[in-house]
Design a protein around this ligand. Structure first.
Ligand code: SF4
Length: 233
C-alpha cells in the first residue's frame, strides 16, 4: 500500500479546530456567532455601517500610534509567521510586532499586536485597544490567553485608547480558562448552537439575515424591541 504523506499544515487541519483568542468578543456576544465564524460556509458581506467602519479605522490608527511610539524608543521588527516570531524571540528582539503564538498540542493560535522584551528576559504580550476599560471580558480573555501561550508570570499590557497602559495578570486566568474550555466544546459541535434572540446584539450582527427568518418562523416575541432575551431556536 502506498504511504500517505501529509504536510504539517494538513496534519493541523485534520486535528482539533483552532481556538483563536480574537474570537473572545464574538464568544461573549453570542455562542452561535462564534460557531458560525469558525464552522459555517456562509457568504458574509462587509458591514456598510459607517459607525462600525469608523471604529475599525480608529482602532488601526491607535495601533499605529502605539507602534510609532515604541519604534521611537527601541528596535521593532515585524513577524511574518509563528516560526518567524519564534526566531525573533530567540534573537531577543526588543519589540516584535504582529506576533503569532501557537500551542500545537491544544490547537490555540494567538496574535498579540506586540511582544515586548522584559528585563527578566521573558516577553510580555501587548495589545492596542481603543477601549478605556481593561476589565472588559473580551480584553481579559484575549490577554489572558496570550499569557498562557507565553507561559511566564509577567502581566500582559493593554495600550488603552486614552493613552494609558493597564496590566492584566493572574486575575484573567479563570475567564481565559472558561473561554478555552467552552470554545473547545463549541467548535466540536456539528451544528449551530441554539441561542436566544437579542435585539441589541442581533441587529448589528452580520449573520442577522441567516438567523432572523428562523426567529420569525418561531414567532419569537423577542423580535419586539425592548425584550432582549427569549426562547431558544
Ligand atoms: S444574528 Fe443574533 S443569534 Fe444570530 S449569530 Fe448573530 S448575534 Fe447570534
Amino acid at each position: 500500500m502506498a504511504a500517505i504523506h501529509l504536510a504539517r499544515s494538513e496534519l493541523m487541519s485534520i486535528a482539533l479546530p483552532v481556538i483563536k483568542p480574537s474570537d473572545a468578543k464574538a464568544w461573549a456576544d453570542c455562542k452561535r456567532r462564534v460557531w458560525l465564524d469558525n464552522k459555517a460556509k456562509l457568504t458574509i458581506f462587509p458591514s456598510q455601517d459607517q459607525f462600525e467602519q469608523l471604529i475599525i479605522d480608529l482602532g488601526l490608527e491607535h495601533e499605529n500610534t502605539v507602534l510609532d511610539a515604541l519604534s521611537a524608543k527601541t528596535t521593532v521588527k515585524t513577524a511574518s509567521s509563528a516560526g518567524d516570531t519564534q526566531r525573533l524571540m530567540a534573537e531577543k528582539v526588543p519589540v516584535i510586532y504582529q506576533a503569532e503564538l501557537v500551542d500545537e498540542s491544544r490547537q490555540i493560535t494567538g496574535k498579540p499586536d506586540f511582544l515586548i522584551l522584559h528585563e527578566s528576559g521573558h516577553y510580555q504580550a501587548a495589545d492596542a485597544k481603543l477601549s478605556l476599560n481593561d476589565k472588559k471580558k473580551e480584553i481579559q480573555i484575549q490577554l489572558g490567553v496570550y499569557r498562557e501561550l507565553l507561559a511566564n508570570p509577567l502581566p500582559a499590557i493593554v495600550f488603552l485608547g486614552n493613552g494609558e497602559q493597564a496590566l492584566i495578570g493572574d486575575e484573567s486566568q479563570s475567564i481565559a480558562t472558561k473561554f478555552l474550555t467552552q470554545m473547545r466544546v463549541l467548535l466540536n459541535e456539528a451544528s449551530e448552537p441554539a441561542v436566544r434572540y437579542s435585539h441589541s446584539t442581533c441587529k448589528i450582527c452580520p449573520y442577522n439575515s441567516h438567523c432572523k427568518p428562523t426567529f420569525e418562523a418561531h414567532d419569537e416575541l423577542s423580535m419586539l424591541y425592548g425584550l432582549p432575551l427569549h426562547k431558544r431556536v
